[in-house]
Design a protein around this ligand. Structure first.
Ligand SMILES: Cc1cc2nc3c(=O)[nH]c(=O)nc-3n(C[C@H](O)[C@H](O)[C@H](O)COP(=O)(O)OP(=O)(O)OC[C@H]3O[C@@H](n4cnc5c(N)ncnc54)[C@H](O)[C@@H]3O)c2cc1C
Length: 346
């Protein structure tokens, strides 16, 4: 296991050469990363979260936003998306820097002990890092069809980060899961027209949402699939087809929202020199990895000689230990025990 090799930096450094060195950076804004950022704020650490997706919540937001969770302490039952909302509210009490839509591709420890994280678009520096990457970075499933992918950024979307580009637009939503149905409903009063196509007649979405969809003004076309898109500088027309009769139909559209699910991939994390065992990062009792200053918690962490449960409740405990040990790592005079939050004023 890692030997503690503290970086003797107590004060926050002023940004030098454009570098703003954070005390702690959490990779992943799933429930564990969000709660970790809250604890880091409580410990007055200069905190950043980097998340591959454009939104927080990890598996809860991507895989089961409309499901109830029954085993989070203090909540007899809570919808996954509501737990994410509450976690974000709790975390934002300390205003951490949130970097969404950035996947961490590389992590290196520089000679002075500072950790350098590289994403597709930026470089970040931090004294400590807690990897809360769950089952890996989520990326949207795409269609292997160049007539469709060539319109990415020109009318083809995989997420709705902001409703404004859809105002008074003719929208085609493709998919039959929670996201597809929720967005068709969410955009129906905003867009001029919404059509949803789904290749089957069974939806994976929440029953109540499907009932609402069927009663709504959204044009629902079952057993239809997207064949290709046409347009000049932006998408103008979709060709869809009935997968039973193969009959084609042309739809004038301004935006296409492909809601085809997500895949998760540990990807680059396996190449950072971490001790990995069966898709998990091995940690010691302080949730330290084999790289000094780098911790892991939540679904991705496997404590050596202990039991790893992939649950939100255990992830919260793990990240609490990791963050408080990280505090002590950058400031060995500070206590690991954070004190009681009830004695603080937030
Ligand atoms: C259908 C289903 C139902 C469940 N029900 C329950 C339940 O009832 N109770 C319960 O306790 N647990 C439940 N779980 C498990 C629970 O969701 C997980 O234990 C929990 O989400 C783990 O949280 P996490 O923050 O560790 O990881 P995640 O939720 O997986 O979040 C990790 C985040 O890290 C991001 N990320 C990964 N790699 C990178 C990178 N390189 N750069 C930037 N970002 C990155 C990902 O995009 C993701 O947003 C359920 C899981 C599923 C699939």
């Amino acid at each position: 296991m890692a030997t503690v090799d503290p970086v003797p930096v107590r004060k926050r450094e002023a940004p030098a050469e454009g570098r703003d060195v954070y005390d702690i950076t959490l990779i992943g804004a799933g429930p564990v990363g969000l709660f970790g950022a809250f604890y880091a704020g409580l410990r007055e650490m200069h905190t950043k979260i980097i998340e591959a997706l454009p939104e927080p919540g990890g598996q809860l937001a991507v895989l089961y936003p409309e499901k109830y969770i029954y085993d989070v302490a203090g909540f007899p039952r809570i919808l996954a998306k509501d737990l994410v909302r509450q976690l974000v509210e709790q975390t934002m009490a300390f205003n951490p820097t949130m970097c969404y839509g950035e996947r961490v591709l590389d992590l290196k420890r520089e000679e002075n002990g500072i950790l350098r994280l590289t994403t597709e678009t930026a470089t970040h520096w931090s004294r400590t890092v807690v990897i809360c990457a769950g089952v890996g970075a989520f990326a949207p499933n795409k269609m292997d069809n160049p007539t469709i992918t060539r319109f990415e950024g020109k009318g083809v979307y995989y997420f709705v980060k902001d409703k404004r580009p859809f105002r008074q637009k003719r929208i085609l939503v493709v998919g039959g899961g929670d996201s597809a149905v929720d967005w068709a409903l969410g955009l129906k009063d905003w867009a001029s027209e919404v059509t949803l196509i789904h290749r089957r007649d069974g939806f994976r979405a929440h029953e109540a949402s499907v009932t609402e969809l069927m009663r709504s003004p959204v044009h629902v076309k079952l057993f239809y699939e997207l064949k290709e898109l046409h347009g000049n500088h932006a998408v103008q027309e979709a060709v869809i087809y009935d997968n039973k009769t193969m009959e084609e139909m042309r739809l004038p559209v301004d935006a296409v929202l492909l809601s085809l699910g997500f895949r998760a991939d540990l990807g680059p994390i396996t190449e950072w020199g971490l001790h990995i065992d069966k898709r998990s990062i091995v940690v010691n009792g302080r949730y330290e990895t084999n790289i000094p200053g780098v911790y892991a918690a939540g679904d991705i962490a496997a404590p050596a000689d202990s039991v790893a449960l992939s649950l939100i409740a255990t992830g919260f405990g793990e990240v609490t230990v990791a963050v408080n040990c990280a505090k002590n790592y950058i400031d060995p005079k500070s206590r690991i025990f954070p004190g009681h939050s009830s004695e603080k004023r937030l």
